[in-house]
Structure formats: C-alpha cells, structure tokens
Design a binder for this molecule. Structure first.
Ligand code: SAH
Ligand code: SF4
Ligand code: F3S
Length: 454
C-alpha cells in the first residue's frame, strides 16, 4: 500500500510528517512521491497566512480528483488547518476521510485503520492532557546530513497576529533524555548537524537550566558536529544562551531572532512583549559573546494601523542589525486571533510597497555580508551535490550560508572518481567537514573551491 505525504508550513510540520511516515511504514505503508498511485494521501497543513490555506485547498482539489479515479484511496488532512478548521474543511472537500490534529499523531496508525475499516470519516483533534511526542525511527541515511529534532510543542505567547497557540496548544517540553536519545539515533543514522526546533526554544523547560542546559547535553553526544536551533523569542533570550553559544564549539554562529517590527508601538500592539531598544540590546548582548554571529529574522509589514513612519522604524532596525537574511510577510488577518479584531487598514498596495522597500534594503545588506566572505576560508558541512550540477558539491557555512564548490569526490554517491593530489587522497564525501576558499558571491549563496589542506 502506497503512502503520499505533502507538507505545508514550518519545520514542525516537516518533522511531524517524517514521524508519521515512519509510524505508517512500520505498519506496512510504503512512501511514494506519486500522488496518483497513492492508497493514502496525507496533507499536513499550515494556517499561518491565508496563502498557505489557499495552497492547501488547491492541493486538496487535485487529491479529490485522484480519489474519483481511485475511489478506495484515503484522503487525510493533518496539521494546523486540520486542528483549526476541521468542519470547514470537510464541508469544502467532502472527499476527506480523516482529519487529524497535531495532538493526535501518536495514534495515526490506529486512526488510519479505523478510517479504512469502517469506511467512515474519522476526525480527531481533541487536545490531550499528556502529550506524547512521536519518537523518530529513521532508516540508515534517511535523516540526511542535517536533521530536525523537536524539543517542544505548542506556544503560550499568543502574539496578536498568530494562529500557532490555537493550532498547536500550550507549550510542552520534551524531556531532555528523550531529546538526547533521539539525537543519538539521528547521528547513528548518519546526521552530523542537529537542528533543534520549537516555536519558542528559549522557554524550553525539559531540564534544569532550560534551553542552554539542553544545548550542552546535545553538544555532548558523540558525532554531533554542529547544532542549530529555532525559534528564539527575543523576550526569553538571556545571557545564559549567549554564553552557551560562545562556549559550545558545536553550536553554530547563526541565530534566527524574529523581530516582526522595529516600532515599539507596533510591537506592543502585536503583543510581542519587548521594545525596539530591548531587541537591539539582545542583539548586542549576543554579539558581545559571539562577535561574528550571523542573524536572520522575520518581519511583518502592514500590521493594523502601522504608519509609514512606524514602518520606517522597521527599515532602520534592519539596517542597524545588518541581518544576513530576512523573511518578510504582509500582515494576513487570521480568524480567531486578536489582530483579526483590529481594522486591517493598511491598503494592499501599501503593504506591497513596504515589503518591496524592506526586501530591497535587505538585498543590499545581504550582498555586502556575502561579499565579506570572499577571499576567506570557511568551514563547510557537505550536504550533497550542488543544485547547479556540474559535479559541484554544496554545503553550508556555520553561519548557514549555502556554498557551492568544486572538489574531487569519492565513493559511489555522485559517480565521480577519486581525486588524488600529489599522492594524498583528497576525496570529499557527503557528511564531511571541509575548508572551502570562498571565491565569489551570488545573491543568496557563495561559491568556492576546496582549500588545500595545511
Ligand atoms: N514562533 C516563531 C514563528 C512562528 S510563525 C516566532 O515566534 O517568531 C513564522 C512567522 O510567520 C512569524 O515570525 C511571523 O513573521 C509570520 N506570521 C505569523 N502570523 C502571521 C500573520 N497573521 N500574517 C503575516 N505573517 C505572519
Ligand atoms: Fe506565534 Fe508568537 Fe508563538 Fe511565535 S511566539 S508561534 S509568533 S504566538
Ligand atoms: Fe504553519 Fe502550523 Fe507551522 S500554522 S507555520 S504549520 S505551526
């Protein structure tokens, strides 16, 4: 029996999809990338912005067409839209057989069997008191070089614009021994970089000492070369985290620190619970401990009643921090959130213009930041063949920038021969940490060549 899974949204959903696939595989389902041949189609949904939901709806339209041709096929929707809009979903797409909220993934196998056997629609999205994290059971090689590990679920922050607390429920931290055990398992299956994820990792409470203490435990696992994490809420970032980032060699010099707005008035209306000044102080604190820290962030433009002058404060903050990259979004009113009750009074064209201004300013900074790497040697974790082909390899710097580089490879992987230079084997394979001389910069990536070994 074939299983097709399509994932929308954030890293949590990607992680959850991988766990659902593993659980179903253990009960006989075989993953396929061909939806037309699937016996079970799962759409792991996202509601963060309107656009995510419209993408889901067109995908479900295609899935319903598959079902018409293969009537036995089961159609399931999981994730945040499943949790938030179950009734609406089944009304709009009557072909749906199973709706499963994020709190119920531990029961996915049983629920799929129930939907199969009874030929009735099963919906289950009740919150649970005792949340069960689905443990990972990756096959050898499956996690890839870099892999997500969930450390918590849910969010207690209730930012005014955001559906996540309603969709994912309250914060629950996974116990530190469980996290460490999973990290071990992922490394055993081939991972070298561990990407710890949660909506607000700085409020992790699964061990005494919180998130910085967890970082230390994960760094202690043999075979972990690099650690990244996301997302850090600025209000919960403290000196302990800055110190841990400085002290633990495996923790990369990269921090995603969503700011949302550079205006204290807008931040307060967003219920972010920090000011512009406090945010900038956190950035300075981190840079004090790790001077070459690369920052990335999220911005929302056109939040209700945001004036042009307030938007300009976002622009000046972006210039003050000098991010490596930003993710920027037009405000999208979401049902059930506090901001949905505010007038969505910034015109679409105005939102569009602010987004364009912000992105253009960032493009300049990104170019300058990328240019700063040219002529330097950077450590790269090799992740695979470059998307550009041409026998090039690709990996990321510790600062999370993709580098495409030429290097002799070894092994059967890419079908390239072994490189020998003056009698020394210089073959590079996926999972290696190599030194790359950076020769040029594109708009988002770097190019280089393998640096000669000392
Ligand atoms: N937990 C993370 C991110 C959650 S969602 C955090 O605290 O930042 C990812 C990003 O989507 C947010 O950072 C925000 O910039 C954006 N976002 C969330 N809700 C939105 C909305 N209603 N409209 C536009 N962007 C939104
Ligand atoms: Fe949403 Fe705010 Fe929670 Fe992030 S911290 S998930 S933006 S409510
Ligand atoms: Fe989307 Fe849910 Fe993640 S709304 S961004 S999939 S937590």
């Amino acid at each position: 029996m074939k299983l097709f899974v399509k994932t929308f949204g954030c890293q949590m959903n990607e992680y959850d999809s991988a766990r659902m696939i593993e659980a179903l595989r253990l009960s006989g389902w075989e993953p396929t990338s061909d939806m037309a041949r699937a016996d079970l189609m799962i759409f792991n949904s996202c509601s963060i912005r309107e656009k995510a939901v419209s993408k889901l709806m067109s995908a479900l339209g295609r899935a319903a067409a598959v079902k018409r041709r293969r009537p036995g096929t089961l159609l399931a929707v999981t994730g945040c839209t499943a949790q938030l809009q179950c009734d609406w979903l089944v009304k709009r797409v009557p072909a749906i057989d199973l709706v499963l909220g994020p709190d119920r993934y531990a029961e996915i196998v049983a629920l799929v069997q129930r939907a199969q056997a009874r030929q009735v629609r099963v919906t289950d999205r009740v919150g649970v008191d005792e949340y069960d994290f689905l443990d990972a059971h990756p096959l050898q090689g499956e996690p890839g070089v870099s892999t997500f590990v969930t450390i918590m679920k849910g969010c207690d922050n209730w930012c005014a614009y955001c559906v996540v607390p309603a969709a994912r429920g309250p914060e629950v931290s996974r116990s530190a021994p469980d996290v460490v055990e999973e990290v071990r398992r992922m490394v055993g299956a081939g991972a070298r970089e561990v990407f710890l994820i949660g909506q607000n990792v700085n409020s992790y409470a699964g061990v005494k000492g919180g998130f910085p203490a967890l970082l230390e435990l994960v760094a202690g696992v043999e075979g972990v070369e690099r650690i990244r994490f996301t997302t850090s809420h600025p209000k919960d970032l403290g000196v302990e985290l800055a110190r841990a980032m400085a002290d633990l060699p495996a923790v990369c010099e990269w921090l995603h620190l969503p700011v949302q707005s550079g205006s204290t008035r807008v931040l307060s209306s967003m219920r972010r619970r920090y000011t512009r000044e406090a945010y900038l102080e956190k950035v300075a604190l981190v840079r004090e401990h790790v001077p070459d820290m690369a920052f990335t962030t999220d911005f929302i433009v056109g939040f209700p009643s945001e004036t042009r002058a307030e938007f300009d404060e976002s622009l000046s903050l972006l210039r003050a921090v000098r991010y490596d990259a930003i993710y920027s979004f037009r405000f999208s009113p979401r049902e059930g959130t506090r901001a949905a009750g505010l007038p969505d009074d910034v015109a679409l064209e105005e939102k569009q213009e602010r987004l364009a201004i912000l992105q253009a300013a960032q493009a300049e900074i990104t170019a300058e930041r990328l240019g700063g790497h040219v002529g330097q040697v950077r450590q790269v974790l090799v992740e695979g063949g470059s998307r550009r082909g041409g026998g090039q390899l690709a990996g990321r710097t510790r600062g999370n920038i993709t580098v495409n580089f030429a290097a002799p490879t070894e092994g059967e992987g890419e079908g390239v021969g072994e490189g020998v230079e003056m009698g020394v084997e210089v073959g590079v394979k996926v999972g290696d940490l190599v030194e790359v001389a950076i020769l040029g910069a594109g708009s988002h990536t770097l190019e280089g060549e393998l640096a000669p070994k000392e």
